[in-house]
Design a binder for this molecule. Sequence first.
Ligand code: TUI
Length: 296
Amino acid sequence: MAWVATAELASAVSNAGGLGIIAAGNLTPSELKAEIAKTKASTENPFGVNLMLLSPYIEEQVKIVCEERIPVVTTGAGNPGKYMDKLKKAGTKVIPVVASPGLAKRVEKLGADAVIAEGMEAGGHIGKLTTMVLVPQTVDAVSIPVIAAGGIADARGVAAAFSLGAEGIQIGTLFACSRESIAHENFKKRVLSASSLDAVVTGESTGHPVRSLRNSLTKKLLELEAKEASFEEFEKLAIGGLKRAVREGDIKTGSVMAGQVAGLVKEIKPVKEIIEEIYKGAEKIFRNFAEMGVEK
Ligand code: TUI
């Protein structure tokens, strides 16, 4: 979650018993180093870094996570094969985000320690499959642990993910709206007021589909796509959109990236409360299943 998953959010998640993740996004090497230092100062627990493989600074970012001995790296928006050896040699566990069981198989062969199977319910850059079909097919395709993502914002989603064979879950949209998230208040309010149908997909025709909340930007982008406008014209509108929404609070012309679970997010809560509530709720669901004689 570029511009959202900062030291503040990552350390809050790690302090509350999750594995907080800093989004390297398009951060410059010095900005990433500063974010890692800030997180180290705010938690004694492990945390990870997400590398967005289309970043112009990706080579330097890989070098930094190796030097800083970051224990877990997740990757997004591509195949991390090229960086796998370097990361593994530094002792880093590599967990690529995959959008298909086929890519999960390929990264397992390359040495991935686990995969995050992210369904197209998720916000931001997405694949084509839903969590419901992607997770069990990925579980069947690989021997490494599968972490489910996309469409999870409460205990029911967690229980569903574990029922599909996942061994962990990743949460985005809900944490973006947590108290500790530094996302602009306008961004959080927009997510809170959204219904699930507001999370629309643009960029399908450019090969980089992105899910974000309906606004004047998505309207213009969809119009351009319908007109088969050039990639350059499309990019001109989209570029810098996430930062505009998240940091400047421009939720009209900015890109309010959020998943379909936006419709489930109703309140801004501290991270600790979110994690405790989800954990207790999932335990209760599985206790009920056990009492009914249903084995997981
Ligand atoms: O990466 C994300 N979410 C993102 S990245 C991002 S920045 C961006 N903006 C516009 C276009 C492209 C990037 C905003 N949100 N989530 C993880 C994720 N990875 N979701 C889907 C994928 C993915 C998709 C296809 C990973 C691999 C893949 O296949 C690549 C291949 O080589 O087969």
